[in-house]
Design a protein around this ligand. Structure first.
Ligand code: SDX
Length: 383
């Protein structure tokens, strides 16, 4: 009898690490960072507080938070040669590719002869990556349209400073708070594809910039973080918000076995708790700025999908309402996934630190499906 473990496509349900960073109960729709419910963190904490919690395991005291926030603010700026690298990239390129490139080269600019085995170096890399990602995203946003990047400010919070660097206008309190909550909600989500990618790269003792660059590449795909951009494009193809039009559209898609973006999840079999909070954020923005027809279409699509495929556990995920929030905040559609990255970098780094605390290189096995022991025929004799 063979004792070989069974192959599981997508490693569904296979534990890839022992972790104390994030707990998800997919049947109950429960999400906790370091044991704290995401809903409470979104209500009471800033992104800086949540990043501290993820990286170091405990919520900071006021003094710890002040020190940590000051460190982050000091590390926001980029060396001008990283800006030069961004200036060489084609302006038609996707912002996620620009972000991957900039983070990969950061490892060269901030190497400083240290090694990842040194906990102080790892901590500094983590602070730099969290601090600098928004600066890269904002800089690329401006460079690709021919404008100079805006220097980060140290007197603004992480979320407010990001919005400021995009257009040079200080955001109002509501916009800054909503951006902050969106960052909190996307910061961590256990063993998703990009986090797994980050842990695999980190397990080779590659530097943290390489690990995060690989994670950004993984997040970009439309089955993962890239879905938030595609959701909005998809909603725009639905002719109107009437139940008949939306149902016809959804039935056609499902009949063609096409995936409906922003729905479904490997772990959640109910509505993703983050989707509920993001939907609430969209509504609070509408109260101030007026609603958008896309929102009515989204709500109707959620209703019709519940009827059509709700019994299969397919419900809105985090990406379904986030794009509507970001669009109302004035972000370009192709910047939605980079915003996911500037938040998720905290989770990636929490996992990187955890991985390196007790590292063993990832090296799974495979199920061989080829023909073995073949003999090479020299090219002259091949028919
Ligand atoms: C994120 O894992 C994470 O934590 C990720 C994330 C995070 O915070 O990091 O939560 C962020 O990536 C959210 C997901 C964004 N992606 C999308 O919205 C793309 C659309 N969703 C799917 O492609 C899909 O649901 C996945 C990729 C999210 C999950 O894929 P699985 O677990 O491999 O599930 P599957 O594709 O095998 O589907 C199982 C069944 C199939 O039906 P049957 O063949 O069994 O009849 O559910 C159906 C699928 O056809 N299905 C869908 C669907 N999602 C699943 N049918 C229509 N539309 C969908 N969106």
């Amino acid at each position: 009898m063979s004792e070989k473990p069974e192959y599981v496509p997508g490693l569904a349900g296979i534990p890839a690490a022992r972790s104390s960073v994030c707990l998800i109960d997919g049947a109950a729709g429960k999400l906790q960072y370091r044991g704290y419910p995401a809903e409470q963190l979104a209500e009471h904490c800033t992104f800086e507080e949540v990043t501290y919690l993820l990286l170091f395991g405990e919520l900071p005291t006021r003094a710890q938070l002040e020190g940590f926030s000051a460190e982050l603010a000091r590390e926001r700026s980029l060396k001008f040669r990283i800006i030069d690298v961004l200036k060489q990239l084609p302006e038609s390129g996707h912002p996620m590719d620009a972000l991957t490139a900039a983070v990969a080269v950061m490892g060269m600019f901030y190497a400083e002869g240290d090694h990842v085995a040194d906990p102080a170096f790892r901590r500094l890399c983590a602070i730099r990556l969290v601090a600098k990602l928004p600066t890269v995203v904002a800089a690329w946003h401006r460079i690709r349209r021919g404008d100079n990047p805006i220097e980060p400010r140290t007197d603004l919070g992480h979320a407010a400073n990001f919005l400021y660097m995009l257009e040079g206008e200080e955001p109002d309190e509501l916009a800054a708070r909503i951006m902050d909550v969106a960052l909190v909600l996307h910061a961590e989500h256990s063993m998703n594809a990009s986090t797994f990618t980050c842990r695999v790269t980190a397990s080779t003792l590659a530097d943290p910039y390489a690990a995060v660059a690989s994670a950004i590449g993984s997040l970009a795909g439309p089955l993962h973080g890239g879905a938030n951009e595609v959701v909005l494009q998809m909603l725009r193809t639905i002719p109107d918000a009437s139940p008949e039009a939306v149902r016809r559209w959804a039935e056609d898609k499902l009949a063609r076995k096409e995936k409906i973006m922003g729905f479904g999840h490997r772990v959640y079999k109910v509505k993703d708790p983050r989707a509920d909070i993001l939907q609430g954020l969209a509504v609070s923005l509408f109260e101030k700025l007026g609603t958008t027809p896309i929102y009515s279409i989204a709500v109707e699509l959620e209703r019709q999908m519940k009827d059509l495929v709700g019994h299969k556990g397919i419900a809105p995920n985090v990406d379904f309402y986030s794009g509507i929030v970001y669009e109302k905040l004035g972000l370009d559609t192709d910047n939605f996934t980079p915003v996911f990255a500037i938040s998720r970098v905290s989770g990636w780094l929490a996992h990187l630190l955890e991985q390196l605390e007790d590292n063993r290189i990832y090296r799974p096995s495979q199920v061989w499906t080829g023909t073995a022991d073949r003999t090479v025929v020299p090219i002259a004799d091949r028919g």
